[in-house]
Design a protein around this ligand. Structure first.
Ligand code: DAH
Length: 352
């Protein structure tokens, strides 16, 4: 290889290197020129073909070529590294520009779901576990076990969504009209599962049961053919009306704040004795005064209900309560019409 050839080699190598734009072609260039089997190595190998006198000068020239190409390579590599790794690719982004508002487009839980979860959370802190039961029920759990015998006015076919012939007691299927059905189902299941039962049970029961209920009511501002209730049941030894009142007051404070009050008014339910109507005195909004609001029913579980589910009322006593979730949600969020909760108009739902 002549000196002239070495000059040409250097020139073409540098020109080629300047055209390299990515890591892969840079590596290909390295292999071609300064790699172990590259052209610089070949030029060095050709030293033996050079006339003896010229060899030192030739050797120096090849070494100079190797150094030049190596440092040109290093420089190009760091240049490319700086553009492909260090700096972001693509268009420049103004990090200070306000982002697009997503909250309008992102979905969230329906107000009823939120209130239901809040209730489960508050009662959960008081030791109540969540239980569920079927919405397609039978007469037995909706009525018979709850001390509502055949012929009772609550069984009127016009007041219930029967699926089967309503005279077929107790197997006729129906959409449940109350979550009290879950009381009966939970008690039966616990009696069945008790290992060392005393009076039917081997331990206390403390559950709440939120869920849908159905009644063929004419729809208006306060009625719907479907709504939600939450049921509570506490069975233990020597449970008293004082425990019921205390539990409801604790709930009212936890959910509506320390100024909330409760009031129990005597009434009648077939499945409790004594029975009471539950009122809450709450401030719906900061700019409003404290007001009484009727919420639901409660009482001491009737001995007939305990017996029907296999629990001995001489050993165990309990209280139960049930109230409407819509009523609570409407109270808490000042919603004037129950239909607004089910129309799913986003303009309304987004305000809650
Ligand atoms: N089930 C009743 C209703 O739908 C509400 C109720 C009243 C539930 C008293 C109870 C209770 O557990 O003890 O109107």
């Amino acid at each position: 290889m002549s000196f002239g050839t070495l000059d040409q080699l250097q020139e073409s190598a540098l020109a080629k290197l300047a055209a390299v734009t990515d890591a892969a072609s840079l590596e290909a260039w390295r292999v071609e020129f300064i790699g172990a089997k590259g052209k610089v190595k070949a030029a060095l190998g050709a030293t033996k073909d050079i006339p003896k006198d010229d060899r030192p000068a030739y050797g120096q020239r090849v070494n100079a070529l190797a150094t030049t190409l190596q440092s040109a390579f290093d420089a190009r590599q760091s240049e490319l590294g700086a553009t492909t790794q260090g700096k972001p690719q693509g268009p420049r982004i103004d990090m200070t520009e306000p982002g697009e508002l997503l909250s309008e487009a992102v979905g969230r839980q329906h107000i009823i779901t939120r209130v239901r979860n809040e209730l489960c959370e508050v009662f959960g802190r008081m030791g109540f576990e969540v239980a569920t039961g079927p919405e397609l029920e039978d007469d037995e759990h909706n009525f018979v076990k709850l001390n509502i015998p055949a012929g009772h006015p609550a069984r009127e076919p016009n007041d219930n969504f029967y699926i089967d012939d309503p005279t077929k007691v107790p197997q006729a299927r129906m959409l449940r009209s109350q979550t009290s059905t879950v009381q009966a189902r939970v008690m039966q299941a616990r009696v069945k599962a008790s290992k060392n039962p005393v009076g039917g049970l081997d331990s206390s029961i403390k559950i709440i049961a939120p869920g849908r209920v159905y009644r063929p009511d004419t729809v208006d501002a306060t009625h719907s053919f479907m709504f939600h209730q939450i049921e509570g049941l506490y069975i233990d030894r020597q449970v008293s009306m004082a425990d019921l009142k205390n539990t409801l007051l604790q709930f009212a404070h936890a959910y509506f704040g320390p100024e909330a009050l409760i009031r129990l008014r005597p009434t009648f339910f077939p499945f409790t004795e004594p029975s009471a109507e539950l009122d809450l005195r709450i401030r719906l909004r900061e700019d409003q005064p404290l007001r009484w609001m009727e919420l639901g029913g409660c009482g001491m579980v009737h001995p007939n209900v305990l017996k029907a589910c296999g629990v001995d009322p001489e050993v165990w006593t309990g209280f139960a309560f049930g109230f409407g979730i819509e009523r609570l949600a409407m109270g808490k969020y000042a919603v004037p019409d129950i239909r607004m909760l089910f129309e799913n108009d986003l303009r309304f739902l987004r305000q809650l």
